[in-house]
Design a protein around this ligand. Structure first.
Ligand code: GDP
Ligand code: MN
Length: 381
């Protein structure tokens, strides 16, 4: 889950990282009021969960409250890389002497957190990494030892930070790492960390990504999720305890187990189709879970066929078949359906489905057969 800039910076501030004064506005009038209250020049910034807002015209400086209002009016409602701007952050604008990058992320290959700094702040760090990787100074962090001061000195030295800023830089780096670790983040980044007009360090932009699997122990962070930025079906699925991700294809996939779901998606592609979603209904697929999942799959107008791929391990196939039948009693499906049930009690499961004589439903014995049938059915529809 990604946090908005204003949410990330508020979190950083709790750890003692200096951020500009500012507030979120939902309307141009509000932006005017905030700018007036802050006094002096402000910067009006689109709050969307994507980068490169500056280049897209989503970050604008304003000298007066009237100008802030005009900028907010232009930015609110803007479309930045398919993200609609619903709010803007109005921050006190600072003169910038220098822009620095400072970020902590998870280096999967090294199996450790990685802290990075660069004198090339402000721009896209992936771009810096591509054209001049040597301009990013990196230190891997041993999670048991934590971030050591000598590592931060290495970063400060590497980016040629003026000596008088080393002390505050140490504090900021330590705070950022603590914030990252204690939030179960996969990314905590300040870009840019500026040297302002008075020669002080200030976190002007912030970004955090939180590991979804750890959100259960951070109710305060889970609350910050912006559901307006995700497909509605995903919000509903999460509430029902299902892992669902909407995709662009036409074959709705209802599968138990994440690995099997991935394989099923691949198989639809192998036969020339494309999955409409990733969906893992989990073990012990009960009728109500299947019904909820079916409703979510069918809420996507692109879906032309539904493919059930269920492996009965602990879950018995006859139970799943009953679940499917009960779900079909609640949810009307006019689309073709292909069901593959294998594993414990598969004969009983298939017999139940055959006996029910459901229109537009076919059964299949292998995954290849099921995927091929689903792709054909979707293409005919
Ligand atoms: P991003 O483009 O989405 O990463 O948004 P940023 O918050 O990083 O802003 C982009 C750029 O706008 C920064 O790199 C700065 O150059 C500029 N900017 C942002 N805030 C301020 C500010 O307070 N004062 C000034 N002068 N420029 C700012
Ligand atoms: Mn930025």
């Amino acid at each position: 889950m990604n946090l908005h800039e204003y949410q990330s910076k508020a979190r950083f501030a709790e750890y003692g990282i200096p951020i500009p004064r500012g507030k979120v506005a939902h309307s141009p009038q509000q932006a005017y009021e905030i700018a007036k209250e802050l006094g002096g020049p402000v910067v009006v910034k689109a709050q969307v969960l994507t980068g490169g807002r500056g280049k897209a015209g989503g970050v604008k400086l304003a000298q007066t409250p009237e100008e802030a209002e005009r900028h907010a009016d232009a930015i609110l409602g803007m479309d930045i890389k398919d993200h609609k701007v619903l709010r803007v952050l109005v921050d006190v604008a600072s003169p910038i002497q220098k822009e620095i990058y400072l970020g902590v992320t998870n280096d999967r290959a090294a199996r450790r957190p990685l802290i990075m700094a660069s004198a090339e702040g402000g721009m896209d760090i992936e771009e810096v990494n591509r054209v001049a990787p040597e301009k990013i100074i990196r230190e891997h962090i041993d999670p048991f030892l934590g971030l050591r001061d000598y590592q931060i000195r290495n970063l400060a030295y590497g980016i040629e930070l003026p000596r008088e800023l080393w002390k505050p830089f140490m504090k900021i780096a330590q705070a950022l790492y603590r914030c990252y670790a204690e939030s179960d983040a996969t990314l905590a980044e300040i870009n840019p960390l500026i040297i302002d007009g008075e020669g002080q360090l200030l976190a002007v932009d912030g970004k955090m990504s939180i590991d979804d699997n750890a959100l259960f122990r951070h109710p305060d962070l889970a609350e910050l999720r912006d559901t307006s930025a995700e497909p509605e079906a995903e919000t509903r699925a999460r509430a029902a305890g299902l892992s669902y991700i909407k995709l662009d294809g036409t074959i709705g996939c209802m599968v138990n187990g994440a690995g099997l779901a991935m394989t099923t998606m691949d198989m639809t592609k192998l036969f020339g189709g494309a999955p409409a979603n990733f969906l893992d209904i989990g073990g012990g697929a009960k009728a109500e879970t299947v019904a909820m999942a079916l409703r979510i799959i069918l809420s996507d107008p692109n879906v032309k066929a539904v493919l059930f791929n269920i492996f009965g391990g602990i879950t018995r196939c006859d139970e799943v078949a009953r679940g499917i039948l009960a779900a079909l009693g609640e949810v009307r499906v006019d689309l073709p359906m292909v069901v593959r049930l294998v594993g414990t009690n598969e004969e009983e499961g298939r017999a139940l489905l055959d006996a029910a004589n459901i229109p537009h439903m076919e059964t299949a014995r292998t995954l290849a057969e099921a995927a091929r049938k689903a792709v054909e059915a979707a293409q005919k529809a």
